[in-house]
Design a protein around this ligand. Structure first.
Ligand SMILES: [Zn+2]
Ligand SMILES: [Zn+2]
Length: 357
């Protein structure tokens, strides 16, 4: 059975993404946050890029009503693009933040993350990573350690999926096999400027420039592939669903070395080592790659400006859709997920002006 739903368009920054019942995604430039729950109670998974607090709050109000606030904010991990708007949100939303104990050093001002690795190849985003921040934020006592299931997320398993970050976690709802995977793997080629701009959907390993333990990353992907998810929502890229997605995820797990691990890179042969106070060991940089990196930084700076302009252009196009709404067809099984297509071949459709949660 197909269900037609009409989701509100976020006028400034693009459309909300229907992932599954009770799960809605919102892109913040190049990274997604997720609203999980309904009007009676919901949590925010991740906090997006800096300067998107207003966008996140407005989108939440579109979904759950004016003045809404989450019961908690839960972090897949603490990289700058997943906590960028967190401190601004907390000024308005006085709610607890949860993260895995191995992410605590980067959320309480104790430790920088290891430096990104711009030598991994794959495109301009990787080169640009040279300038990505690794500095911790300091939430003090507002951040709490995730232990087992979270009462604010009933029915969701919390799975430790390290490799991309030491305390990286994913969320799995067993009832309908919905997986929020953070950056354990992603649905776009995040190293590539062009893939990020066009949001081309493909199952890929974790963003390579920020992955410092490839053995753990592989084990995490194997674990998630074994779950046989019906739909995956990741930190970067659009949601994907159905048998082809599952096939591609199994393939990624099976051929992780060939498909995801860079042929060269600072952390490829020797991982960084972490403990509960932060980074314990960082392998030395690959000196032979330095000239290439410096040459790439100029290109990356231009690509960064272009990325921002193109994303703004895409958002502008979204705004032109009539009545500020987008029609989304959602068919859990078999896989079928389209937007803005005529509904003539759909036998029964139900048009609503607001999504049901
Ligand atoms: Zn990350
Ligand atoms: Zn990320």
């Amino acid at each position: 059975m197909k269900i037609q739903e009409t989701l509100p368009i976020n006028k400034r920054y693009g459309s909300l993404q229907r992932v599954a019942p009770g799960v809605i995604g919102l892109p913040t430039l190049i990274v997604n946050v997720y609203f999980v729950g309904d009007q009676s109670g919901w949590v925010l998974v991740d906090a997006g890029m800096p300067r998107f607090a207003g966008t996140i709050r407005k989108a939440a109000e579109q979904c759950f009503g004016l003045g809404t606030r989450p019961q908690a904010i839960v972090l897949t991990h603490g990289h700058f693009d997943h906590v960028g708007s967190l401190e601004s949100l907390l000024k308005v939303w006085d709610v607890p933040v949860y993260a895995h104990k191995l992410e605590m050093p980067y959320l309480t001002g104790m430790s920088h993350y290891p430096p990104p690795d711009p030598t991994v190849g794959g495109g301009a985003m990787a080169l640009m990573s040279k300038i990505f921040p690794t500095k911790p934020i300091n939430l003090g006592s507002r951040v709490r350690t995730l232990t087992g299931e979270l009462p604010e997320m009933p029915g969701w398993q919390i799975i430790h999926t390290p490799g991309h970050a030491p305390g990286h976690v994913s969320f799995f709802r067993k009832r309908d096999a919905v997986l929020i995977a953070g950056d354990a793997f992603v649905t776009t080629k995040q190293e590539s400027f062009w893939s990020v701009v066009t949001r081309k959907k493909e199952i890929n390993g974790p963003p390579a420039y920020f992955t410092q333990d490839w053995i753990a990353a592989r084990q995490s992907v194997e674990h998630l592939a074994d779950l046989e998810p019906s739909v995956v929502a990741t930190g970067h890229g659009l949601p994907m669903r159905g048998e082809k997605m599952r096939h591609d995820l199994r393939h990624l797990a099976q051929y992780f070395q060939e498909e995801a691990v860079p042929s060269q890179g600072r952390y490829v042969n020797r991982p960084a080592v972490f403990n509960e106070t932060g980074v314990d060991y960082i392998p030395p940089p690959n000196a032979s790659q330095l000239p290439k990196i410096l040459a790439g930084v100029g290109i990356a700076a231009l690509a960064g400006a272009g990325l921002y302009a193109l994303i703004k252009y895409n958002q502008k196009r979204n705004e032109l859709k009539p009545m500020g709404t987008r029609t989304v067809y959602y068919d859990p099984e078999p896989p079928h997920y389209r937007t803005d297509k005529p509904s003539t071949h759909i036998p029964r459709v139900r048009r609503i002006t607001r999504p049901e949660y």
